[in-house]
Design a protein around this ligand. Structure first.
Ligand SMILES: [Zn+2]
Length: 331
């Protein structure tokens, strides 16, 4: 039985249950938070808020969330451990990687193969350590890799990150989630780079594929073996709810249920908008929370002819397959 690392320790991959493949808990900018702590407020209150929201999610029957919050999004494992301890019915799977749209962080700019400090790719070293030994001394192991391909053409730094992610996948067997742009159809770039690096494409989620309704683009990606992240339910600003649902129905009817995973890309706190503007954020995206899929999306899919079996494929079987090593490799 293959096991997958979660915040509270390993669980059998087969037991993940209904899973959301892309949910954050806290998204913030650590050095801004350290210098302007007012927005974050009380650590205890934030933890309590997250426990409440994730507890409500678990009460809907969801058993696992996959959290792609890496460096660049404010990953803080001790904080997530405090949350996980208080929501024992929910597995939280965490990631390693780097979330960058354009500029390579200075911390990696001058070290690496052929650079001023000429050493083996330090990102591979860091990501691999998070997967094999654990993150920042917590003992919690990352179970998957995350990077971003947002712009129509990746910068050299962003491409270097994507290749480091791919190489870490090849070394460790850990699967990958890549943030992509629906409008720019950067999933194609992800497939090209990962193919060149020998990635097992069945271990790749093309994150935010569901921001696109271009069935030619989506089926072209799915036919390479990747999973499509239909993962921004509630972010209707990027793609309206009705369109997101219609696209899933169309893909399911063409036999692509085995190529899709579901999620909201939601969070309990994000510093992009500021706590003072919570009401404006909620007004702009009222359904952007963890309970939208169960409350609204699944009933809409079922009413339109998507079967419960296809929903189970998207929510249970596909995540299990993603986290199960292909040939008994590392997990
Ligand atoms: Zn995200």
């Amino acid at each position: 039985m293959s096991q997958v690392s979660t915040v509270r320790g390993p669980v059998d991959a087969a037991d993940l249950g209904p899973t959301y493949m892309h949910e954050h808990i806290f998204v913030l900018t650590a050095d801004v938070q350290q210098n302007y702590p007012g927005e974050w407020g009380s650590e205890d209150a934030r933890i309590t808020d997250a426990v409440t929201k994730l507890g409500a999610l678990a009460a809907q029957g969801v058993r696992t969330i996959v959290d792609p919050t890496v460096v660049g999004l404010g990953r803080n494992l001790p904080r997530i451990q405090r949350v996980a301890e208080q929501v024992p019915e929910l597995n939280i799977i965490v990631a390693t990687g780097l979330y960058v749209y354009e500029e390579m962080p200075h911390q990696y700019s001058y070290r690496g193969p052929g650079l001023l400090i000429d050493i083996p790719e330090p990102m591979v070293t860091d990501f691999s350590r998070d997967i094999t030994e654990g993150i920042a001394g917590t003992g919690v192991k990352a179970a998957f890799l995350k990077c971003a391909l947002e712009t129509p053409e990746p910068t050299p730094g962003v491409e270097r990150i994507a290749r480091a992610i791919a190489r870490t996948h090849v070394e460790t067997g850990a699967p990958i989630t890549v943030h992509t742009s629906g409008p720019h159809q950067t999933g194609r770039i992800a497939v090209r780079i990962f193919r060149e690096e020998g990635v097992d494409l069945s271990k790749v989620v093309i994150g935010h594929a569901g921001d696109s309704n271009d069935l030619d683009y989506l089926t072209e990606l799915a036919d390479t073996g990747v999973l499509l992240g239909m993962d921004r339910f509630g972010l209707d600003l990027f793609n309206p709810y009705a369109e997101r649902v219609k696209t899933i129905i169309a893909l399911a009817s063409r036999g692509y249920a085995a190529s899709m995973v579901l999620s909201h890309d939601a969070n309990c706190f994000i510093d992009y908008f500021g706590a003072a503007h919570d009401a404006a954020r909620a007004a702009a995206a009222p359904n952007w929370h963890y309970e939208h899929i169960t409350d609204d999306v699944l009933p809409a899919l079922l009413a339109s002819g998507v079967t419960q079996e296809q929903i189970d494929t998207m929510m249970v079987e596909n995540p299990v397959r993603y986290f199960t090593p292909a040939k008994g490799g590392a997990s």
